[in-house]
Design a protein around this ligand. Structure first.
Ligand code: FAD
Ligand code: 2HG
Ligand code: ZN
Length: 450
């Protein structure tokens, strides 16, 4: 096996030293840990295919890892799998200006893609705080959402083509970038969000959006979720340039301030806060100020249009994940409910969580317009399963999804049946069996290995 892997990627790209391999064996949050037999770092699709063919011959599982910023344990190897790192799949092809598309390697980070396409007057429709490490392969494999879904949709809406290696080592490649192409089943969409269980993504053809440099960000204090929803409705109706509406609460703000040293945004403390961002060809600041002035939901607000000021206001929101982790390893859940049930769900969550674990300290925040809540629970590691079960059942009872944007991974596999019917799960299993009959790709992620 080692000989074949060495032949596939070259001796220097097969890593077997235990201390080096160990750095690939745990996740960003510190919640998941596994074991890999080795790490391989292929340079292109052909090398990935050679690795997969060797693994298939030896019936050894392969775990795919991009930036390892995933939050559901999907990039952590188990059972002595080969860890395939996409760190060297970093080709950035020239932007095709006429179509507003680009083809990139799966290991390109989101920040590198942003720099590349912004130089040509384009932007990418998905953005979030892990941009410096998260890779495009990871974004597509998890169908990442982030902060601009309100305007541009999730990663799936940006994917126009994929090159990937299947479990038997064969290659599928469709990078032509046709926005309209209804020829049979949508295989690209199937691979999107498949969390490394159906194929290893090696190259991606992406749709770009116009680069909008005139931006205004508002940090707004509100009383509660109902007020936040009413404000977003008002702003959205008046300003089609709205692209982000992010929600957090007083306890999250306190954690962020303790971690970052940021000052209080307002003289008074409020129960809830929204970050709103508008972007266009003309400076949207006046329009945004007018919309805020016209809404009774606003208790206080501050607006910035210059890059430093905008970055500062975003920090109150984007520093949540890191600040929570610095206070302890949380039980981390990513869920969505219909907007009509959001206020009720937010009200019910703390009691539901403390009933499952009396010491628990829940921190909620999220992407308001999609009803996407990030439920982080500190001081609850010993009761992680009970807390997870209680939260996910509450979400399902409100017609929600147990997995909004981070995926199922290893973290939520056992609760899949709360959001998908037995018939749909049987269909997923049939697809997995058809494409990966030996269960070699990311076993135990999304579906159990059986
Ligand atoms: P990894 O963590 O390496 O892998 C994630 C999953 O994708 C695994 O199952 C892995 O096997 C699979 N995978 C990775 N690359 C490939 C490939 N080339 N082919 C096949 N499978 C592959 N997510 C959001 O959706 N929205 C957010 O707003 C958001 N914010 C975040 C903020 C912070 C601070 C952090 C730490 C994470 C955040 N995330 C967010 C989660 C995470 O960044 C995303 O899920 C991201 O898409 C993962 O990319 P990655 O390269 O790190 O993937
Ligand atoms: C975000 O929106 C990410 O910042 C991370 O999806 C969420 O830390 C989390 O729970
Ligand atoms: Zn998020």
């Amino acid at each position: 096996m080692a000989e074949e892997l060495r032949a596939a990627v070259g001796a220097t790209q097969l890593l077997t030293d235990a201390s080096v391999v160990a750095s690939f064996e745990s996740d960003w949050t510190g919640r998941f840990r596994g074991r890999a037999r080795c790490v391989v770092r292929p340079a292109d699709t052909a090398e990935v295919a050679a690795v997969m063919a060797a693994a298939a011959r030896a019936k050894v599982p392969v775990c795919v890892q991009g930036g390892n910023t995933g939050l559901v344990g999907g990039s952590v190897p188990v059972g002595g799998a080969i860890l395939l790192s996409t760190a060297r799949l970093t080709a950035l092809e020239p932007v095709e200006v006429v179509s507003g598309q680009v083809t990139v390697g799966a290991g390109v980070t989101l920040a590198a893609l942003q720099r590349h396409v912004r130089a040509e007057g384009y932007d990418f429709g998905v953005d979030f705080a892990a941009r410096d490490s998260a890779t495009l392969g990871g974004l597509v494999a998890t169908n990442a959402g982030g902060e601009r879904v309100l305007r541009y949709g999730t990663t799936r809406a940006q994917v126009l083509g994929i090159e990937a290696v299947l479990a038997d080592g064969s290659i599928i490649s469709r990078l032509g970038g046709l926005p309209k192409d209804n020829t049979g089943y949508d295989t690209m969409s199937l691979l999107t969000g498949s969390e490394g269980t159906l194929g290893i993504l090696t190259r991606l053809r992406l749709r770009l959006v116009p680069l909008l440099t005139e931006r205004a960000v508002a940090l707004v204090a509100v009383d509660d979720v109902a007020a936040a929803l009413s404000l977003v409705r008002t702003v959205r109706n008046r300003l089609p340039s709205l692209e982000a509406a992010e929600l957090f609460f007083a306890d999250g703000l306190a954690l962020v301030r303790a971690r970052t040293g940021l000052s209080a945004p307002f003289a008074e403390a409020y129960p809830a806060y929204l970050v709103l961002e508008c972007a266009g060809r003309a400076d949207p600041t006046d329009e945004l100020l007018e919309a805020l002035a016209g809404s009774e939901a606003v208790r206080d607000a501050t607006v910035a249009a210059d890059p430093r000021g905008r970055h500062l206001l975003w920090s109150y929101r984007e520093a949540h994940t890191e600040s929570i982790n610095s206070a302890g390893v949380p039980v981390k859940l990513d869920v969505a409910v219909p907007l009509t049930a959001l206020a009720e769900t937010v009200a019910a969550l703390p009691a539901t969580i403390t009933a499952a674990c009396p010491t628990a300290r829940p921190i909620l925040f999220g992407h308001l317009n999609e009803g996407n809540l990030h439920v982080n629970v500190l001081n609850a590691t010993s009761e992680a399963e009970a807390v997870t079960d209680a939260v996910l059942r509450l979400i399902a009872a409100h017609g929600g999804s147990i997995s909004a944007e981070h995926g199922v991974g290893r973290a939520k596999r056992a609760w899949l049946g709360l959001s998908r019917s037995p018939q749909e799960i049987a269909m997923m299993r049939a697809v997995k069996r058809g494409l990966d009959p030996e269960g070699l790709l990311n076993p135990g992620v999304l579906l159990d290995s059986a």
